[in-house]
Ligand binder design. Structure first.
Ligand SMILES: CC(C)(COP(=O)(O)OP(=O)(O)OC[C@H]1O[C@@H](n2cnc3c(N)ncnc32)[C@H](O)[C@@H]1OP(=O)(O)O)[C@@H](O)C(=O)NCCC(=O)NCCS
Length: 146
């Protein structure tokens, strides 16, 4: 398995994974625009020539924000998301990032556990941040060790 920057030809696979993992799926056009966005970093996990997961963040040193990450059901619990996160943290630190922020649904125990394992900690909640279905967000942050 390799982690690499997404290419235009990955966009369809990324949008497909997104739409199978989230109620409010984002389109291929959205991801195509993000590839052209100078602050966006879209990386994919590839194995057997197939995209097995992706992570999208915005890199605005000294801060970054994770917007989206997903691994399709059949590829879960194989360490792909942990690898994507570790690689993203390495990449953005080289660009001068010291803090990474994200929001996650309160009910998303898998993602909250994953982020804690990687070194994020929970800083608070945003009431009814999500729609469809409405739910609070948990705010999390990762900080570079000094
Ligand atoms: C959250 C998600 C990205 C995890 O992907 P993954 O590749 O299966 O995660 P990993 O295999 O790298 O798991 C790493 C660690 O995260 C935690 N974790 C992952 N899935 C978990 C689950 N279902 N329950 C509890 N802990 C879980 C565990 O600590 C795990 O380590 P372990 O397997 O040694 O116990 C995946 O479940 C997913 O795509 N969910 C839907 C979309 C989503 O919620 N995205 C995140 C919010 S933007």
């Amino acid at each position: 398995m390799i982690i690499r920057p997404a290419q235009p030809e990955d966009v369809a696979a990324v949008a497909h994974i997104d739409n199978t993992c989230f109620h409010d799926g984002w389109s291929a056009d959205y991801y195509r625009d993000e590839l052209a966005n100078p602050v966006a970093r879209l990386i994919v996990a590839e194995s057997a020539k197939e995209v097995g997961g992706f992570l999208l963040c915005w890199c605005l040193p000294p801060q970054a924000e994770i917007l989206r990450m997903a691994v399709p059901m059949k590829r879960r619990r194989q360490g792909l998301a942990a690898h994507l996160l570790a690689e993203m943290l390495k990449m953005v630190q080289i660009e001068g990032v010291r803090e990474v922020f994200l929001e996650v649904r309160r009910s998303n125990a898998a993602a909250r556990q994953l982020y804690r394992k990687i070194g994020f900690f929970e800083t608070g909640f945003r009431s009814e941040y999500y729609r469809n279905p409405g739910e609070d967000a948990v705010c999390m942050v990762w900080r570079q060790r000094r």
